[in-house]
Each structure stands twice: as structure tokens, then as C-alpha cells.
Design a protein around this ligand. Sequence first.
Ligand SMILES: C[S@@+](CC[C@H](N)C(=O)[O-])C[C@H]1O[C@@H](n2cnc3c(N)ncnc32)[C@H](O)[C@@H]1O
Length: 360
Amino acid sequence: MKKDLFKHKPLTAYDAIYEAQKIAYAPLVFQAVRTMRELGILSQLDEHKAGVSANEVAEKLKLSLYAVEILLESGLSCGVVDIDKDELYHLSKTGFYLLHDEMTRNNMDYNHYICYRGMYHLDEACKRGKPAGLRVFGEQWETLYQALPHLPEDIKNSWYAFDHFYSDSAYPVVLPIIFEPGPKTMMDVGANIGKFSILAAKYNPDIHITMVDLPDQLQNAINNVSEANLTERIDSLAMDLLDRTQRFPRGIDAFWLSQFLSCFGKQDIINILQRIASAMGDNTRLYILETCWDRQQHEASAYSLVNTSLYFTAMASGNSRMYHSDVLIKCINAAGLDVGKIHDNIGICHTLFECSKPAA
Ligand SMILES: C[S@@+](CC[C@H](N)C(=O)[O-])C[C@H]1O[C@@H](n2cnc3c(N)ncnc32)[C@H](O)[C@@H]1O
């Protein structure tokens, strides 16, 4: 871990109490900024580079002056909006990124649609080791992954946009690494909607891929493979990998686990990897792509990752997280596998672990 990660400068008591208020009001400020983005207030400021009055914004957007003023004042307080001596409002640099940066938009939408309401139950989730916040989407689900295909479109779309934004940037970088040893068969474990499998099948015309996921999730993947005319080379296998009796078939050259192990607690990770290990031959490769918070180049990435762990706690599983790489490596070793090359800085924030059975 980088030595200076999350090291904080000494504060005066006054500064510390101000910082504490920023945290105490963070949920309200989050919603104020998101609302300004949604209602078009940030766009209005962006369009008026010379500044714009609250009155003009209210008239243009057909909102009350009251609504525009309370939102702009909140924006001022958190540095999203600036005001000049003529009382004209401007979009700050932070506001610019909140409006235009795709990553920030995806993170904000995901935190709003997927996490916000359920986070109210974080304390219960921490005590029980269950995703207690998931009940905001219905009482019937044990993990978010069972619920995901059945969620309303706006909620589901924010999850997919968030998940794919990060993995999409990593896939093109890992393909040459995975195909270097010349695998003929591959298993995409946690295939989601089949994005990686489709990309890999297009990248290498000789590969045969089996997508593994929960049955309801897999249906989307199967439809996408069919639309891509790849059903001859990509098939599927429905498995709930929390069911420890489920076994993997032998004869696979490469197992691919992308953003998958973070969905599970440590004991489940070890158990899943043990089951993969027992299906692996001497030359089988296991590739694990994860976002480890300790291996980030930038503190901003580590900040987002450690706070994404809270989603896993309250919403997804109650016992999974964004792992420190040392923990993942210990799990891989505990399953009887060796870690070979580790590739950092893949895409936006990923690390690729190449694993294999120990040499006899
Ligand atoms: C975070 S997504 C990652 C998707 C994709 N591999 C990627 O790189 O973006 C995790 C995937 O694992 C699947 N999954 C979660 N729990 C599972 C379980 N118990 N058994 C099988 N698949 C599961 C989810 O349905 C989801 O598609």
C-alpha cells in the first residue's frame, strides 16, 4: 500500500469541526447537487460562462426562485457553484466534472439508485452480516445479484452503467495477455450480460467460451450472444456458486473471473477457488481481475473503492467488499493455487492476477 494513502494533515479544532459538519450533512448535499444536475441548474450555469442570476435560472427552468436559491446556496457551500460580486452564479471546476465527467455521473447515479435508500440500514447490515438494505427492493432477495435482473429499469441501468464503465476499460488490455498461451476453451465465471465473452469470441475466432452466472442473470447474456450470432462458440451454464455442491467441468484451458470475487466473503472465495482448482489441469490458467484499493495510482480511486465496499455490505451480500490485494492473494493460496504475474493499472483501476496450480 502506498505510504501516503489516506494520510491526513493535522487540523485545527475549528477545521476539524467544519470537516465533521461536511460529513454530517453529506447525504443532503449529495441530493442537492444531484438535483441541480437533474433539474438542469448545473447545465444553465455551464451555458452562461459570464455568470447567471438565480432569477434567470428559475425563469428558464420554470422552477420557483425559492427552489433555485436553496439549491444554489447548497452548491456554494460544497464548492460546486461560485458566486461573483454581482451575485451571478458560475459553475466551479468541481461542478464541471459533476456535470460532464462520465465516471462521476455513473458513480453518482449508482449511489442514488442502488445505494442511497438501503444505506439507511447499514448499521443493521454490519451487525447481522446480511445486506439489510436490500429490502428496499423487496423482501425476497438474499443477494443483490438475485434481484438485479428484476429491478426497475432506472435502478438496473445505473448498476450496469457503473459495473461496465470500469470493466469495459480493462477488457481490451487483458485480451492479449489471456490469449497469449493459446487457450481453446474458456469459462467466464460471473459473465453478467456476456460483454466479455462476446468481446473475447470476436477477438479470437478459435475460442469456445462457457458463460457461468445465476440463472436469471444468464438469460440476458444468452440473448446478447444470440444477437451477436455467436451461439455456436459461446454457451452457458447456470450455477449458483454459493451452493458449495456445484462443481466446474474439467477440460477448460482458462477460467476468467472479472469483478466476481468481490461479490463474496472470504470463506466463499476460498471455496469457489478450491472448486475451480479441482477442475484445473497442470496447464490451466485462472485469471482474476479485481479492483484492489491498495494498488491504486490515485487516492481518488482508493477513496471510491473503499466506499464502494459499503454497497457490498448494505446492499449486495453483507460480507463481501473491495479487497486489499494481500487478502485476495491469501485466499488464492488457501485454495491451493499459485499467483504468477500480477498486472497493475489495467484500465481505470484494475489488477489482473495470473494464477495456476503449483508445479508438481
Ligand atoms: C460485479 S458483476 C461482474 C460482471 C462481469 N464479470 C464484469 O466484469 O463486469 C458480478 C457477476 O457475478 C454474478 N454472481 C454473483 N453472485 C453469484 C453467484 N452466487 N453465483 C453465480 N454468479 C454470481 C452476478 O450475477 C454478476 O453477473
